[in-house]
Design a protein around this ligand. Structure first.
Ligand code: INS
Length: 351
């Protein structure tokens, strides 16, 4: 029988997961939806046979008809909801952030470790993107020798009006934080965020673009251009530079076309060269989300045998990301390089 999932929060990301689980994921159905806006939850539930609305997120987690939880609620509610998942032994796929600050993220890591089960996965979907997987496999294969540097670009056409300068770090840069830890297999030890001249088209007061620099435990460097008001396209690129070569992903070339601007009219004229642009992360990382959720469902279904209900980044990765982002926000404010404060992983048995 199918895994019965409760999706908490059916905004853009949650609604996307509901559709994905219903249409494409094998072995799972959406049994319960919940949202702060009840009508939104009701509207979504109405489209799925057998799906109920539960109005209180904690009731949804505790519900005996729910086997696992997808958390796509706003970050400030995660701590309570994650603790409830742990208390009821419910596996949970938590969209970033794990929690909104470093101290509570650490509490979550400790609470899970004490249970002795891996119940929390964090939604860093890039790890499941085909191109990132290829890049990781190449690095691990060793053909390039040691990776020395990475150059990253993270551009969004637009962000919601609520987006402030620190969210460019906590909401956007957080993905490069996870990508760096994933590709380099070590922790980030310091962050420096620079503030170039702002885009005149950005909302008043938004520091956009930003340039971030990470350095890692072994002294390797990563630079990231963050630009979230380009008005053009969703672009995420990563280049790694190694001892014996370099590799690049995210060119985002689907169909590339060349034609004369007079095409089909019998006239010739100046030429055109181009393709389609990717509008948002839903399209760019759609394949990654599908793989992420399918693998999570599979892990949850076999979790009882192993105590591991996770296949991908876990609570520790959420905590590490929170610690690096906190340093990033501080750097943005102070204009200096800031050291990342993190506990030693080995000090928490089971983490
Ligand atoms: C979104 C999402 C996207 C990222 C955006 C962020 O929440 O995480 O992947 O590109 O910058 O605001």
């Amino acid at each position: 029988n199918d895994l019965r999932i409760a999706v908490l929060g059916v905004g853009m990301m949650g609604a996307d997961h509901v559709a994905r689980i219903t249409d494409r994921i094998k072995g799972a159905t959406v049994a319960v939806v919940n949202d702060y806006f009840t009508e939104k939850a009701e509207e979504i539930a109405a489209g799925i046979p057998g799906c109920r609305v539960v109005n209180d997120p904690l009731d949804a987690i505790a519900d005996p008809g729910v086997d696992a939880v997808v958390l796509a609620t706003p970050g400030p509610t995660h701590e309570k909801q994650l603790l409830a998942c742990l208390e009821h032994g419910k596996p949970v796929m938590c969209e970033k952030p794990l929690t909104t600050d470093v101290a509570t993220s650490l509490e979550i890591v400790k609470a899970e470790a004490e249970l002795g089960k891996k119940l929390i996965q964090v939604g860093f979907m890039r790890r499941f993107d085909h191109e990132y997987e290829q890049l990781k496999a190449l690095i691990d294969d060793g053909v390039f020798g040691r990776v020395l540097l990475a150059h990253c670009v993270h551009r969004n056409p637009v962000v919601p009006p609520s987006f402030d300068s620190s969210m460019i770090v906590k909401d956007s840069l957080v993905h490069e934080v996870d990508v760096t830890r994933f590709l380099f297999d070590e922790e980030i030890t310091s962050v420096h965020v620079l503030k170039p001249a702002a885009n005149p088209g950005a909302p008043e007061g938004l520091q956009d673009p930003q340039i971030a620099f990470f350095s890692t435990e072994s002294g390797r460097h990563v630079d990231v251009e963050l630009f979230v008001t380009t008005g053009v396209a969703y672009e995420v690129r990563t280049e790694i530079v190694a001892e014996k070569g370099s590799a690049f992903i995210g060119l985002d070339v689907g169909l590339v076309r060349k034609h004369s601007t007079g095409a089909g009219t019998g006239r010739s004229g100046a030429g055109m060269y181009g393709g389609e642009i990717t509008p948002s992360f839903k399209e760019r990382f759609g394949q990654a989300y599908d793989v992420e959720i399918q693998r999570w469902v599979n892990a949850v279904r076999t979790g009882a045998e192993t105590g591991n209900y996770v296949d991908g980044p876990g609570a520790w990765d959420g905590y590490a990301a929170a610690a690096v982002c906190a340093a990033g926000v501080q750097s943005l404010e102070m204009g200096e390089r800031v050291t990342v404060e993190m506990v030693d992983r080995s000090s928490i048995p089971g983490a």
